[in-house]
Design a protein around this ligand. Structure first.
Ligand SMILES: [Zn+2]
Ligand SMILES: [Zn+2]
Length: 319
């Protein structure tokens, strides 16, 4: 069986090149393998529906794999929010208005890309469709985000703590996506000895449910008491890198950082694959102070996102 390979220089996926031409038996085997493969795997890109021309364990085309771009431009030096007013950021030591109002309980949050388009679809493929071959792609993006933090991390071993899922939810899904992505990311770190993955000792004690429609204050209240340090020497007095798939309003990251800090952890940094960007104009900045953006759990409930709806619509039209 041919295996897709993730190259070491990017997200490009390539199937092993057939060496069948010189060997008719091997050529036959290749064709059988390929036909079996297409029996079990969709022949269209799961994101844009373009026909897949290469065999891959990941049913996503090259264009969609290369669509997510690293966040650039003027970003808040603390929470990583994009700001369309560089002068405004500079005047406030690089902080967005929310972080100027109150510094979050973590040192700094970074994300690889904007949580929309193909990046959102890739994250959903892992979380909701259990397409595990997408994990190395997301892991590489998370590793990229962590690398931008590395210079500011203190010396010593950093505990990498995935945001935990409620145990029942983890059992239903079969895995915690934050943990799976973190594992994949750590394989790409230039100094892996600096990081220790810690998946025990920090727990989500209850299902925090959907946070759609909750105000910032209500969201904080909803998360209060949801997380607890249940005892780990790798958390106490350790500096922490909290990792998750998506940073939305920062309510989850803030609550985790607060609980970890109160339990005796050192300083907390945050890295995610995606980030919801919302502050592109003054009205949005003003609204963000008391906005009603869906929180991470809300998006779990809202799994049929915009992209999926569009795909359903496309299928309906072409059926
Ligand atoms: Zn595609
Ligand atoms: Zn900020």
């Amino acid at each position: 069986m041919r295996e897709a390979v993730f190259s070491s220089t990017g997200f490009r996926i390539r199937a092993a090149r057939p060496t069948a031409a010189a060997d008719p038996v091997a050529g036959w085997a290749e064709r059988v393998a390929a036909s079996l493969f297409f029996t079990f795997f969709p022949a269209d890109c799961r994101i844009c529906e373009a026909p897949l021309i290469q065999i891959s364990r990941l049913p996503v085309c090259e264009n969609c794999l290369h669509e997510p771009r690293r966040l650039g431009g003027s970003l808040c030096a603390v929470c990583g929010e994009a700001c369309d007013f560089p002068a405004d950021l500079e005047a406030a030591a690089g902080l967005c208005r929310l972080c100027r109002k109150a510094h979050p309980p973590f040192e700094r949050a970074v994300a690889y890309g904007s949580y929309d388009g193909a990046l959102r679809d890739l994250i959903h493929m892992l979380k909701f469709d259990q397409v595990h071959p997408v994990a190395p792609v997301l892991g590489r993006m998370l590793a990229d985000a962590i690398t931008t933090l590395e210079a500011s991390l203190p010396p010593g071993v950093i505990s990498v703590v995935p945001v935990p899922l409620f145990s029942k939810k983890k059992a239903q899904r079969g895995f915690n996506q934050a943990e799976v992505i973190a594992r994949a990311a750590l394989k790409h770190m230039s100094r892996p000895e600096r990081f220790e993955l810690v998946v025990r000792g920090f727990a989500r004690l209850r299902d925090t449910g959907s946070q759609i429609g909750l105000s910032r204050h209500q969201r904080r209240k909803n998360l209060r008491g949801a997380f607890a340090v249940t005892g780990s020497t790798a958390i106490m007095e350790r500096n922490i890198l909290l990792v998750d798939d998506v940073y939305t309003t920062g309510a989850t990251a803030s609550e985790c950082a607060r609980v970890l800090g109160r339990a005796g952890a050192g300083r907390v940094w945050v890295a995610t694959v995606g980030r919801t960007l919302r502050m592109f104009d003054t009205a949005a900045i003003d609204a963000a102070i008391g906005e009603d953006l869906p929180e991470e759990q809300g998006q779990d409930e809202n799994r049929e996102g915009r992209g999926s709806e569009e795909r359903v619509a496309i299928r309906a039209r072409t059926a």
